[in-house]
Design a binder for this molecule. Sequence first.
Ligand code: HXC
Length: 514
Amino acid sequence: MNSKEINAELAQRRMSLRQGGGREQIDRQHARGKQTARERIFALVDPGSFHEIDAYITHRHIDFGLAEKQFPGDSVVVGFGTVDGRRIAVAAQDFTVIGGSFSEVQAQKVCKILDLAMGSGVPFVSLNDSVGARIQEGVWSLAGYSELFWRNTQASGVIPQISVMMGPCAGGSVYSPGLTDFIIMTEGVSHMFITGPEVIRTVTGEEVDFETLGGAMTHASTSGVAHFVAADEAATLALTRRLLSYLPANNVESPPAAPAVAPPEGTDLDSLVPVDGAIGYDMHDAIRAIFDGDSFLAVHADYAPNAVVGFARLDGVVVGVVGNQPGFLAGVLDINASDKIARFVRFCDCYNIPLVTFVDCPGFMPGTKQEHGGIIRHGAKIVYAYSEATVPKIAIITRKAYGGAYIVMSSKYIRTDLVYAWPTAEIAVMGAEGAVNILFRKQLRQAKDPRRMRTEKAKQFRKKFGSPYVAAASGHVDDVILPSETRDKLIAALVFLADKQASLPPKKHGNMPL
Ligand code: HXC
């Protein structure tokens, strides 16, 4: 062969590589409303930036008809490219090749690109669309999963890992995502489950459809497995790009800065918080009025809405925002809100993202359901996560900071650097009525007019603890500020704390309550 023929062979081979599992399978994929693996990668990365590797690999198994199902590249496409000019590593499962089933070779490819990403400090994005373990490959498939799960764990806290669910992800295909930092699901087409409806019917007799079992909204609002939901594939990939824009490439970088943008006008922050503690308000209104433009990206928006977490920019700098949500269940902390907050705080601490926490919380949710569900164990995660976090931490107490909620929500003594209070802040062991009922139980029982006595005592209690000045007079908060001053105060504080040095005692790792 001359060089022209040799080069022509490469061109010919490249053409066939683009076929995935063949025309018929690609048509079936499109008919399901889904793009192919490569179409998805091209929609995710900057035009012309994708470089594929391992496109020639084939599996080495022959049993159960596998000999006739050898496709170059097998059931995953891997490589690297850029998003907004920043490097990423990417793997996209190819459903057109034996349902994207997880083979020995798929494991080899994904592990290789993940190793390269980790070695180079580059985020890893996995576009998932798979029927799970390739049954025909038996232990080779399972061993491959183990290799991947081990790597996901090693990479955790070193490079951001994002799982994008774009098809039926069954069995082992959900545990790699479960180990990564963020899961984004496409509505309607993505499902995540350990055991499918057929197995559930056989084992338990329960009838359940795919959507109810493991659809995007199920995981976004009920299980908390998914952090984000998008309406279709284009929106899912756009959201993935947006999420990446807040994240540093690895744990020794700072998140990327952007030009500062003024917050939208229209919210009078100084009158946002109702003086009557029984009346709620939307913490999103405060967040919107303080941070840059429309920079707030809520994480877990549909899960535990009594807490708010997400990324935002402040004068162009990325911060992690945590807040109670007085507009839902009075912002109480329950099991799910605890998990939501703790996980987010730990992510921000891994990746050098300063934390800004807005506190308006009456305490932990009472009741046997919460106690028996382990609110002690789950609530402890919040205090553990904040105590362990060494990134700059700033808290703003907007209204109620009662009891345990005061302590766990980024209080001064779990090493929050600066704690500000709005004039509406109330820092107390509990609300006035509850406190009076306990402190004056005997007197109230004997009183001629218990209602009047309760009102009077509550008034006295409120006078003492119903404002931030007792806490400020003893240094428990660092300053009392007008809500409208918050943005400027936060910007100055973040500049001041930018080079914060903090370290934890030497240890292998702590034993976080799980
Ligand atoms: C190999 C498989 C397969 C599997 C499906 N296929 N599951 N091949 N191993 N596990 C094949 C199908 O025969 C089909 O091949 C192609 O993949 C696409 O599958 P369809 O059924 O046509 O797709 P769809 O209608 O979209 O249904 C998707 C599905 C269904 C709901 C996921 O395929 C399904 O229930 N599959 C079984 C899922 C499962 O139990 N996986 C193993 C989990 S155990 P053709 O040639 O017809 O296109 C596991 C162990 C690891 O993963 C646990 C670690 C923690």
